[in-house]
Design a protein around this ligand. Structure first.
Ligand SMILES: [Zn+2]
Length: 142
């Protein structure tokens, strides 16, 4: 089973365990979510899911995303100047670069930054519970 496929069935089981009815529309949305690599917003998820199931409504997209978010299975990112973007909660922590011209989201991981943040929190007598780092960027002219 591929990664996207097993992620989709994992989300389906989690929703079912939470008492959410798994409809054809929901199955389509989970598939689209699992396959997305670009942090799509709800409208984008809606249009992709409609290609699989044309009866999909935007309301179902929102309700399902809310249920997944409440279970911590999906992360909602509210980047400045954009609609909320969604991605499956991944075990691997990463931060984001937001291309302010194209609206593209780029993921990065930096052990140096992670360490530095811990040191800063430590210096203030804290330990980090979670953090989000967002770099708003413009592509350099070449
Ligand atoms: Zn991400």
């Amino acid at each position: 089973m591929g990664r996207a496929k097993s992620q989709a069935s994992y989300l389906e089981q989690a929703l079912r365990a939470d008492g959410v009815r798994i409809t054809r529309q929901r199955t389509a949305l989970l598939k689209v979510l699992a396959e997305a690599k670009d942090h799509p917003d709800a409208n984008e998820l809606h249009s992709r899911a409609r290609e699989i199931d044309p009866t999909m409504s935007l309301a179902t997209v929102y309700r399902t995303l809310t249920a997944l978010e409440q279970q911590g299975l999906v992360h909602r990112h509210v980047f400045e100047g954009a609609s909320a973007r969604f991605e499956i909660a991944d075990a691997r922590h990463h931060d984001h670069i937001i291309d302010i011209d194209k609206g593209e989201i780029i993921e990065f991981r930096s052990p140096e930054i992670e360490r530095l943040q811990e040191q800063i929190a430590e210096r203030h007598g804290y330990e980090i519970v979670s953090h989000k780092l967002e770099l708003y960027c413009r592509k350099k002219a070449t």
